[in-house]
Design a binder for this molecule. Structure first.
Ligand SMILES: O=C(O)COP(=O)(O)O
Ligand SMILES: [Mg+2]
Length: 222
C-alpha cells in the first residue's frame, strides 16, 4: 500500500542526491590554474556550488579580485571540458539515497531531478552511477533556456508536467531550491547535510533532514 502522501518527488542533485564537491572543486581548480589563480581549498568548494558551474567559477575568481568577461570565457570553457572528462572520479550518492529511491519507486512514486547543472552532465553522472533510470525526467539549468533555472519556478513546474501532474514535494540543499519551490507553490524539504548557503534551519523549508534515511519519514510528516 502507498502510504506516502505525494505522487512525485523532485530532487536537486549537487548536495542533495550526490556529493559532487570534490570533482567540481578539481574542475574549478583546473580553470583557476590556467588563469594564474590560487586553488580553492577543498573545504571551501561547497560554498561555491548551487547556482551552476559558471557562477561557481565566477565566485572563485571574484574571491581573488575578479576578471573581465573576455578573460573569463576561456577559463569557463576549460572548466567545462575538464568536468566533462572527470565528473565521477569522487562523486557518489549520499548514504541512503539508493535505498530511499528504491522505496519510493516501489510505491509507484514518480521521481524527477531538477538541477542547475547542465542537463548533459547530470544525465551522464546519473547514468555512470546507475541511477538515471530511476527518474522520469532530468531537468538541468540549461534545459528551459536562459533565465528559467532555479530560483525561478519554471523547472519545478516543468518536472511536474513531465511526470504527468500530481502532488509534488521538492528536496534541495540551497536557497535556490527553496525559492524555486516557494515560487512553484510546492512543499520543500532541506537537505541539511548538503551545500547549504545558509544555516539549514534558516532556509525556509517545511522540514530539514540531517541524512537521507530521514527523507521518507519527513515526507510522510509534511
Ligand atoms: O551545479 C550547481 O552549482 C548546482 O547544482 P544543483 O542545482 O544540483 O545543486
Ligand atoms: Mg544543490
Amino acid at each position: 500500500m502507498n502510504d506516502i502522501p505525494f505522487d512525485i518527488v523532485g530532487f536537486d542533485l549537487d548536495g542533495t542526491l550526490l556529493d559532487t564537491h570534490r570533482d567540481l572543486g578539481e574542475a574549478v581548480n583546473h580553470a583557476l590554474a590556467l588563469g594564474g589563480f590560487a586553488p580553492v581549498p577543498v573545504a571551501e568548494v561547497e560554498g561555491l556550488i548551487g547556482g551552476g558551474a559558471k557562477l561557481m567559477l565566477r565566485r572563485a575568481i571574484d574571491n581573488q579580485g575578479g576578471i573581465g568577461d573576455e578573460e573569463f570565457r576561456p577559463l569557463y570553457k576549460a572548466l567545462l571540458g575538464y568536468y566533462a572528462d572527470n565528473n565521477t572520479v569522487h562523486t557518489c550518492p549520499y548514504p541512503g539515497v539508493e535505498e530511499a529511491l528504491e522505496t519510493l519507486a516501489s510505491q509507484d512514486i514518480r521521481l524527477a531531478v531538477v538541477t542547475n547543472k547542465f542537463e548533459s552532465f547530470a544525465a551522464a553522472i546519473l547514468t555512470q552511477l546507475g541511477l538515471a533510470d530511476r527518474f522520469v525526467t532530468i531537468i538541468g539549468g540549461d534545459t528551459l533556456g536562459k533565465g528559467r533555472a532555479k530560483p525561478q519556478p519554471d523547472p519545478i513546474l516543468e518536472a511536474i508536467g513531465r511526470c504527468g501532474g500530481g502532488r509534488f514535494v521538492f528536496v534541495g540543499d540551497s536557497s535556490y531550491d527553496m525559492a524555486s519551490a516557494r515560487a512553484a507553490n510546492v512543499p520543500v524539504i532541506a537537505a541539511g547535510y548538503g551545500y547549504c548557503d545558509m544555516p539549514p534551519h534558516e532556509l525556509d523549508a517545511d522540514a530539514v533532514i540531517a541524512g537521507f534515511d530521514e527523507l521518507i519519514p519527513a515526507i510522510k510528516a509534511l
